[in-house]
Design a protein around this ligand. Structure first.
Ligand code: B12
Ligand code: SF4
Ligand code: SF4
Length: 350
């Protein structure tokens, strides 16, 4: 590798830090040979649930070299979104809705992508005939194994990437480039005998350490799953109405977490502990206004209302009964079903 490549790598680190990224590491596009097989095992077991796209093109999805054969280096970036509050304390306040930390303000997809593009454009300026592709949470790229191979962190037993410098609270972004850059070494597993994340999961979504069955994960159930949620799982959702942070929040490595630099991740006051009663009154326009620029908007009013009604059913609070009764005649079948379930649970408890 030439001296110029090392200088470019160092300048790239400076540029990424100046843009607000918390860390950057580089790996080869051939660095994750075991990923396609593991992805196939996940899909063969049906663990993707309704995320049908995960079962498509598993060969090239697990292999950056197949996805874009011109890739010479994969640049993996981390962006911290560490909360400045305890994200688990809301779970005791059953008349409030718990929205996952990452969704309490701006959508990270927009913010990370903008930054990735700026770093990518800068790289092209330094290496004029080069090309780049940027990815954040993009279907065909397995960002976690790539981040581990590049040395950003390791895939913890909860399957997310944990870092000795950043804990569990960071997003991943990737820049594939035709520029040859020096590669970093993969990070090793530092979970040891810890199993806090596995034991904290409310729905027992980990069939084994390092493996997740998305069909049981509250993040999947509240965000990705369409239609009614399995009746046996509804009580386990508690008051979580969008995503779940439990396995991330208990990780001991969070003591090294860095404060989020992006102000867009600081929780909006009205999304920290919203009243379930008020949320149950939202119509489509009200929903869109409240969640403008937030990732929550993506699931639409009906799926969100379904989640709110499960939380109402789990609240044990008779004062929320009227809101649920009103939604028993909602035009959306899933909302109607969730409302009837909530009414049944609240009245059966009284
Ligand atoms: C689909 C998806 C989901 C699904 C499925 C999650 C999953 N674990 O697969 C659902 C909706 C449940 C989900 C939830 C969340 N997600 Co998500 N999700 C994704 C997405 C789009 C693809 C992940 C994927 O490919 N899964 C397929 C499985 C097969 O891959 P895998 O999880 O890497 O599985 C590996 C292990 O099982 C391992 N393995 C198997 N056996 C063994 C054995 C041993 C010994 C070892 C070491 C490893 C091992 O091999 C597999 C392949 O590497 C990525 C973005 C992306 N494009 O990568 C974001 C992403 C993973 N999600 C992210 C986040 C933040 C979340 C949530 C925290 C959001 C929330 N608060 O609600 C939760 C966390 C839940 C959890 N514990 O995983 C971040 C994670 C950032 C990080 N630091 O790791 C990502 C990277 C998005 C981003 N760009 O920042 N997510
Ligand atoms: S996000 Fe919640 S439900 Fe999903 S695996 Fe983690 S603790 Fe379990
Ligand atoms: S909680 Fe423990 S087992 Fe889970 S990822 Fe963190 S260190 Fe690993």
């Amino acid at each position: 590798m030439s001296r110029a490549a090392y200088s470019l790598r160092d300048a790239l680190h400076e540029k990424a830090a100046a843009e607000g990224f918390s860390n950057l590491r580089i790996c080869s596009p051939h660095a994750i040979p075991e990923a396609p097989e593991r992805l196939k095992a996940f899909v063969d077991a049906g663990r993707q649930g309704q995320m049908g796209w995960m079962a498509e093109g598993t060969k090239w999805r697990g292999n950056p070299a197949e996805l874009w054969p011109d890739t010479r280096s994969v640049i993996m970036l981390a962006e911290s979104y560490t909360p400045d509050h305890d994200p688990l304390s809301i779970l005791q306040r059953t008349d409030k809705g718990a929205i996952s930390v990452y969704a309490q303000n701006r959508d990270y997809h927009d913010l990370v992508k903008k930054r990735l593009k700026r770093v990518g454009r800068w790289l092209i300026e330094q290496a004029p005939d080069s090309e780049i592709k940027v990815f954040v949470d993009t279907a065909p790229v397995m960002e976690k194994p790539l981040a581990e191979a590049a040395g950003l962190g390791w895939q913890g037993k909860h399957t997310n990437v944990v870092s000795r410098e950043l804990g569990s609270w960071f997003f991943l972004g990737a820049i594939f480039t035709t520029v040859e850059l020096p590669f970093d070494s993969a990070e090793t597993d530092n979970c040891g005998s810890c199993r806090k994340c596995l034991d904290s999961c409310p729905t027992a979504a980990f069939p084994a350490p390092y493996q997740l069955d998305a069909r049981r994960c509250i993040s999947y159930l509240t965000i990705e799953h369409r239609g009614p949620v399995d009746v046996a799982l509804r009580p386990l959702l508690g008051n979580r109405i969008y995503g779940c942070d439990d396995c991330l929040a208990v990780c001991p490595w969070n003591k090294f977490a860095k404060a989020a630099k992006e102000l867009g991740y600081t929780a909006r006051q009205e999304l920290l502990a919203p009243d379930l009663a008020r949320l149950a009154e939202l119509d489509d326009t009200g929903f869109r206004e409240l969640f403008s620029k937030s990732p929550v908007k993506r699931i639409g009013r009906d799926r969100f209302m379904r989640n709110v009604l499960y939380a109402i059913g789990n609240s044990g609070s008779g004062t929320l009964l009227m809101g649920a009764q009103r939604l028993c005649s909602d035009p959306d079948e899933t909302v109607e079903d969730a409302a009837r379930w909530a009414v049944h649970r609240l009245t059966a408890k009284q």
